[in-house]
Ligand binder design. Structure first.
Ligand SMILES: Cc1ncc(COP(=O)(O)O)c(C=O)c1O
Length: 484
């Protein structure tokens, strides 16, 4: 197979990231200096993503607040970038909260989401932070723990909307009346801000139904004498990983064929990627379905805000929010860090297995680039080490193996075609790893330390690379790598 005919999964790459990877020696120098493997984050790409979401929101009549969902990545550079940009932050743990406060967020710009135990809940009361409550126990506990007159700002997260899969999070709609009764009875302790939801779905109708329901319950809240001012539409705005949807589809077709024993073997160890094989056919939704998305977050958001609601005479969600003085809050995580992070690893060695497959062993493990139950479905980029000037082969189909001494530590269970056979010391770049990839399940298995996290910025005279926690927006950065 040649490079031109090999199945490919080309990754969409932000121009700034592409320029960094194209700058001779820039990635290799960063790894030489800080260690390999490494996660690189690009705060300017975060700012770019934010600007696109803001442009959509600015075009609508409703007021809004964006809260960066910190859980998507541990990076302090992203948190500081969010603070510098003047948006809010959504934190879901005491450590995330501490990071937000360190970055300079005042408590009125902090929203606390997710299920909270008693200890965390106590920490939040009397601070002015908005508590997005997950359940009725949390709501009742706030009324018991808050001082009279404290007026804790509270959002109530709902779940169980028509047609949506059951979620472990949120107050089921059947308990909404109970929640309203608690809110109405404890107005001296709780300042009810409004209803919230978070749906991780690419299906627009699901979100529209959720908004409809929240608006209906907002009306009911008025009847209880409550005065909600917020409609919180959560996060879940999608990423676009692929640079070529047709190539992605063609790869998946070839993969499905290979699972049926036709064409070249493309799966490691009998993996079926969530597909079911039955009656000589491949069924079901693969674990990598998110990679098929081609609708960018800003388009999803624009479509939602401009969707007309029948119950409101066809007026759009943004119009209804504006007319009812409801500020739209959203908590994008992955949409803000889309394309704003890569993971770079070194090739240790290349070997053949007993069945003739080629394994490229890297100095990184699977959990460092993807949650174990998912599969990275964009091709890594091969950056030959400085010393390796001429490719030693044509395109080669390989599996990428991790550094853990565990049979299951395969970074890819699907075959990846690289432009040529890598050599020890070459770099492999995993694109777009900032959202729930680099930090979600990474562990110090086998006592390997976690990879360093570095912030990369571009300036007139070249790229600057520093440790993530040293990055300060708007401040000069110490180390420069000139663009040739
Ligand atoms: C309440 C809430 N808001 C926002 C988010 C961020 O979601 P995403 O990264 O999909 O935008 C999450 C993620 O779990 C969440 O639970």
């Amino acid at each position: 197979m040649t490079a031109a005919t090999a199945p490919r999964l080309p990754a969409k790459i932000h121009p700034l990231v592409r320029a960094f990877l194209d700058a001779p020696g820039a990635a290799e120098d960063a790894l030489d200096r800080f260690g390999s493997p490494a996660h690189l984050v690009f705060p300017q790409v975060f700012a770019d993503n934010l600007a696109r979401l803001r442009a959509v929101l600015d075009a609508q009549p409703s007021r809004y607040r964006i809260c960066y969902a910190h859980k998507v990545n541990h990076s302090a550079a992203f948190v500081r970038t969010a603070e510098h940009a003047g948006i809010g932050i959504d934190v879901a743990s005491a450590a995330e909260l501490a990071g937000a406060v360190r970055a300079g967020f005042s408590t009125d710009r902090i929203e606390v989401t997710g299920p909270k135990g008693e200890v965390f809940l106590r920490e939040l009361l009397g601070t002015g932070m908005t508590v997005n409550v997950d359940n009725v126990w949390e709501l009742r506990r706030i009324t018991e723990l808050a001082a009279a007159g404290a007026r804790v700002p509270v959002l109530v997260r709902l779940s169980g909307f028509a047609g949506a899969p059951v979620s472990r999070f949120g107050v089921p709609l059947a308990q909404a009346d109970e929640a309203l009764a608690v809110l109405a009875a404890h107005r001296e302790r709780i300042a009810f801000a409004g209803f919230a939801f978070h749906i991780d779905s690419g299906e627009p109708a699901e979100r529209i139904r959720a908004v409809d329901t929240c608006l209906e319950l907002t009306e009911r809240a008025y009847e209880h004498g409550l005065t909600p001012t917020v409609l919180d539409i959560g996060g879940g705005f999608r990423q676009v990983f692929t640079a070529d949807a047709d190539a992605f589809d063609a790869y998946v077709v070839a993969l499905r064929e290979s699972l049926l024993g036709r064409g070249e073997p493309m799966a490691w160890g009998g993996n079926t990627f969530g597909f079911h094989l039955d009656g000589g056919a491949v069924h079901g939704t693969p674990v990598f379905h998110k990679y098929a998305n081609t609708v960018p977050a800003e388009a999803m958001l624009a479509d939602l805000l401009t969707a007309g609601l029948d119950a409101h005479g066809g007026r759009t969600i943004a119009q209804i929010a504006a007319e009812n003085l409801l500020e739209i809050w959203l908590e994008p995580g992955k949409a803000l860090v889309d394309h704003a992070g890569i993971t770079v690893a070194r090739v240790e060695f290349v070997k053949q297995t007993a069945d003739g497959a080629t394994l490229v062993n890297l100095d990184v493990s699977r959990d460092t680039v993807t949650p174990a139950d998912q599969e990275v479905m964009v091709d890594p980029l091969l950056l030959p080490a400085r010393a390796h000037t001429t490719p030693n082969s044509g395109a080669v189909g390989v599996f990428l193996a991790g550094r853990l001494c565990l049979e299951r530590d395969l970074i890819t269970n699907h075959k990846v075609w690289l432009p040529h056979r890598p050599q020890p010391g070459d770099l492999l770049v995993f694109p777009n790893t900032a959202a729930y990839h680099m930090d979600l399940s990474a562990a110090c298995a086998s006592m390997h330390p976690l990879p360093p996290k570095l912030a990369v910025t571009v300036h007139d005279s070249g790229f600057a690379v520093c440790r993530d926690h040293d990055y300060q927006p708007g401040r000069p950065v110490p180390q420069w790598h000139g663009v040739q």
